[in-house]
Design a protein around this ligand. Sequence first.
Ligand code: SF4
Ligand code: SF4
Length: 183
Amino acid sequence: MASQKKDKPEHKRDRLQQPLVMPGIHRYQFFSDISDRPLTKNLNRAAMLAIGTALAVDALKPLIGGVPQTLYCYECRACYGTQDRCPVGIGLQAELTVSARVADYERFLRAGGLKCVRCGNCRSFCVVNLDLPRIYSTMQQRTIAAMQRGAIRRQAIQHAYDDGLVGRQFIDRVAQWLEQESG
Ligand code: SF4
Ligand code: SF4
């Protein structure tokens, strides 16, 4: 039995054999040894798995939505500096970027996403130089498609329409859809 124990390779966290790195502290020495907490070890693994799965799901959405660049958005809001250089008066470009990342069509509508004319003036304000007009264009197409398949509440479309948040390029399709829905 004793020889079996001796043959078992030492884990590097079996710290007392490790050299001292500071007085009283061995290399790889933790305050609590992982072998003393088998339950938390498994909880740690479960937590890491959950975090990994959540990150994968978060990354998958923008990839599937055709806006992978949005993963790099820091949500720093430096793009708000566009201000009156946005020809259609959109003041919250980061809202458009983040709503594209999470495929939140109503949020995109509320922030005026369907007004954007993709001029690119906001692009130079983005600290990571995201291709904002391209992201917004993709999200516009997805929003219209979502509207047509009934994935957006009618009330949200109506509000955007009434509040002048639908640009010239999309106004006919939105008006037609609203008419169909009310008829
Ligand atoms: S790309 Fe769109 S949001 Fe950006 S400045 Fe031009 S119109 Fe405004
Ligand atoms: S400046 Fe760029 S990174 Fe920062 S919030 Fe705006 S889009 Fe995101």
